[in-house]
Design a protein around this ligand. Structure first.
Ligand SMILES: [Zn+2]
Length: 452
């Protein structure tokens, strides 16, 4: 999705998605077209006596609608900030807040598994919405009973926001995962259940709720927007469940358990021609290689990179001219799930595993640590399949096959896993042009799954 950064609050980048720019005028139009209805509603709910008078004519209702729509999205932003501020207090960094078609998304790098923290973060958004609603409600009464045209416009907007903010809080507290209510539900379920089980239940409830909402919205209320929200909830619930199931499956599995150890990682020389590289890819049926110069890893090259060179020029181009030098690395003792998350956030199919030297193993360049192995998305997906097929036994098997010496040895796996190591398995995927890219699409269903 395309989005534009418009600024930052508390160090959190605030982004507008392209879909937001489409829906804002639509909202402005819809509110503008219904100003009369809203004036009546405000009169009934708050006893206001405003009449729009000249504001009800020409383009004025639509300007009023625009002001109300902007106020609504500002309210959504405050709601997301509510989640974010509480999360940051617990030490969870927020990557960004994005406003889009269905409101706001605060993207978390990781989610708390402590139920009390999740409960507090989940409830914070609706609490902020209620508070904003209360402030707007008070705003309705700051002006005298007959406030004139400008005053009436003000009362209209704050009155509208008072109602919609409370509606926002209520709607978000419906138990549809991944909405706030779903998270509250999971937090409460996780008090006396494993986190993964709590997620599954909350996700099932969310899906059921999404189906009811979708069908009701479509056939009873004839509201396609509601049906869209339902679809969004359904997808969100599924992907959150999938993410959590993976996390539970990979529990205790380390990068070194799944990676191809360095002595079995095939490399290419920086000075090799692209034609040579493609030959090698064809015969070894690998789609990505670390590139070495004088024994040092200097880059990574993939089939995609090689493809960027026209066929007639493949003899003339060298690997170092097409390789990626912006290397994403990971330490061998990191969690397997961390490797997957890193691949997703960097949008790459493989990570170099380097020996950790400093305290932060994650972002080391290869100059600081030597190459220990290579881990691909296919390795992770294969391991996941094995674990899921064989249950917890499988997880133990994957764990045990990795060497567990106290010091880190660069020479990789034990003999028993050579028979079923990831690269052998990778060759079974060779009928597909690029297995890692393929599974990219399978697992990248949404990068919004850690979000509020
Ligand atoms: Zn929320």
């Amino acid at each position: 999705m395309r989005s534009f950064r418009i600024g930052s609050v508390f160090g959190i980048p605030i982004q507008l998605d392209l879909t937001f720019l489409l829906v804002l005028p639509l909202f402005a139009y819809l509110i503008g077209a219904q100003t009369g209805l809203w004036v009546d509603t405000l009169g009934q709910v708050f006893g206001t006596t405003i009449s729009l008078g000249s504001l009800g004519e020409g383009v004025s209702p639509y300007l009023l609608g625009l002001a109300a729509a902007i106020g609504l999205f500002a309210s959504v932003l405050l709601h997301e900030l509510g989640h974010s501020v509480v999360a940051m207090r617990y030490g969870y960094p927020i990557e960004s807040i994005t406003l889009w078609l269905f409101g706001g998304i605060a993207s978390f790098r990781e989610m708390p598994e402590n139920w009390k923290q999740e409960l507090a973060i989940a409830i914070a958004g609706p609490v902020v919405s209620v508070l904003v609603g209360v402030v707007c409600y008070l705003g309705v009464f700051v002006l005298p009973a007959d406030p004139g045209a400008a005053g009436s416009a003000f009362v209209f907007v704050v009155g509208y926001l008072a109602i919609t903010n409370v509606a926002l809080a209520v709607f978000n507290l419906l138990p549809g995962f991944p909405m706030d209510g779903g998270r509250v539900l999971r937090a409460l379920l996780a008090r006396n259940r494993p986190y993964a089980r709590a997620t599954q239940i909350a996700a099932e409830v969310g899906k059921l709720f999404a189906i009811v909402l979708g069908l009701g919205g479509l056939f009873l209320l004839n509201n396609i927007f509601l049906a869209g929200v339902a679809l969004f909830i359904y997808i969100g619930a599924s992907s959150e469940a999938q993410q959590t199931v993976m996390k539970a499956a990979f529990e205790g599995v380390r990068v070194r358990d799944v990676m191809t150890p360095a002595d079995r990682v095939s490399v290419v020389q920086a000075t090799d021609s692209v034609a040579t590289l493609l030959d090698k890819m064809f015969t070894e049926r690998h789609t990505g290689y670390p590139v070495v110069r004088d024994g040092q890893v200097v880059g990574l090259v993939t089939l995609e990179d090689a493809r960027s060179v026209r066929e007639v020029e493949r003899d003339a181009y060298r690997v170092e001219e097409v390789m990626t030098t912006d290397l994403v690395t990971i330490g061998p003792d990191e969690e397997a799930m961390t490797a997957l998350t890193q691949m997703q956030s960097n949008r790459v199919g493989r990570l170099l595993v380097v020996r950790s030297v400093g305290p932060d193993a994650g972002g080391l360049s290869t100059d600081d640590g030597s190459l220990v192995g290579l881990i691909t998305r296919t390795d992770l997906m294969t391991a996941l399949n094995v674990i899921q097929t064989t249950g917890s036994e499988g997880a133990r098997a994957v764990r045990q096959t990795g060497p567990e010496p106290p010091g880190e040895t660069g020479d990789g796996g034990t003999t028993d896993r050579r028979d079923q190591g990831p690269s052998e398995r990778r060759t079974t995927d060779s009928s597909r042009s690029d297995p890692d890219r393929f599974s990219d699409r399978q697992t990248d269903g949404g990068d919004d799954d850690r979000s509020y």
